[in-house]
Write a protein that binds this ligand. Structure first.
Ligand code: NCD
Length: 303
């Protein structure tokens, strides 16, 4: 692995290796050291968890970071091209983590940069480091990635974490229950991708009915910033809400975990937080170990 751009590129064996490394980092068995490295975080879009967990991961391994959080203070404002920005930043750093509004931006950066690129989200396309931490969270809570039943709830159309997760889990015979209003359905280029032929997709308009089957409920925010039409957003913004009552009244498995990449708006009520099913804040914490694993792997600091 030279870059981390899309879950489409990552084989099952690479995923398993990465999760194993994250586990060793979390338990303290492996302590990667990148004290001679500088990592650049180039964020063209807002971020809380992703930018802070990457930065913390770098610092936990004694590395240094340089950060562009938003374009306001950079030469992007003066009209510098994306390619020139990447070429420049690549002179100062050993690895670049990049988040962009543009689909394909990270792939393009990997063609320009001399150093590893990590895609921290490119438009509605992919968010592979999130998926690796999601898989780490799933493995930790379910003991396996194989043959799981996962509800994907919310914005399946614009949600890059959803798109990445479908590819990430596709090696492990999943059943995906798709719970979304028609405007937010999973794009057909994914649903009908021949690479996903071993994946079982089931359209499930009624979430309550499928709760007893679920190992994982993966909830997402409606991606307001991706809508071309504000009216369309208004129509779908409140189309689903997970409450404590909805979960508890529908006979969930005791091992059910609710995941969410966060931020949440109103799609999970806060009374769910204190139930044993809620796992989203631990999930965010798991991001730290996965991001240490990703960086140390790409920099050759962990075998
Ligand atoms: C997600 C993203 O940026 O795609 N956030 C994250 O990285 N944890 C999800 C979102 O913004 O809804």
């Amino acid at each position: 692995m030279n870059h981390l751009i899309s879950m489409r590129d990552i084989k099952a064996g690479d995923i398993e290796q990465m999760l194993l490394l994250a586990e060793k980092i979390e338990s303290g068995k492996v302590k990667p050291d990148i004290s001679d490295k500088v990592c650049a975080l180039l964020f063209y879009e807002p971020s809380t968890r992703t930018i802070f967990s990457f930065d913390t991961a770098i610092k936990r391994m004694n590395g240094k970071s340089i950060i562009m959080a938003g374009v306001e203070s950079s030469s992007v404002k003066k009209g510098e091209t994306f390619a020139d920005t990447i070429s420049t930043v690549s002179q100062y750093s050993d690895l670049i983590v990049i988040r962009s509004t543009v689909e394909g931006a990270a792939r393009y950066a990997s063609e320009v940069s001399e150093h590893p690129i990590v895609n921290a989200g490119d438009g509605s396309n992919q968010h592979p480091s999130q998926t690796l931490l999601d898989l780490y969270s799933i493995k930790k809570t379910q003991g396996t990635l194989e043959n799981l039943s996962i509800a994907l709830v919310g914005d399946l159309r614009f949600g890059r974490t959803i798109h990445s997760l479908v590819y990430g889990l596709s090696h492990f015979s999943p059943t995906f229950y798709l719970v979304a209003p028609s405007h937010l359905r999973l794009p057909s280029y994914i649903r009908h991708d021949p690479a996903l032929k071993s994946v079982n997709f089931i359209d499930s308009p009624n979430l309550a009915e499928i709760i007893p089957n679920l190992d994982i409920m993966y909830v997402t925010r409606v991606q307001k910033e991706r809508f071309v039409d504000a009216e369309e957003y208004e129509k779908v913004k409140n189309s689903y809400q997970i409450t404590r009552q909805l979960i508890e009244e529908n006979n969930p498995k005791q091992s059910l975990k609710i995941l969410h990449p966060l931020p949440r708006v109103n799609e999970i009520t806060t009374d769910v937080d204190e139930t044993k099913y809620a796992y989203y804040f631990q999930q965010a914490r798991n991001g730290l170990f996965i991001r240490q694993a990703i960086i140390s792997k790409l920099l050759g600091a962990a075998k």
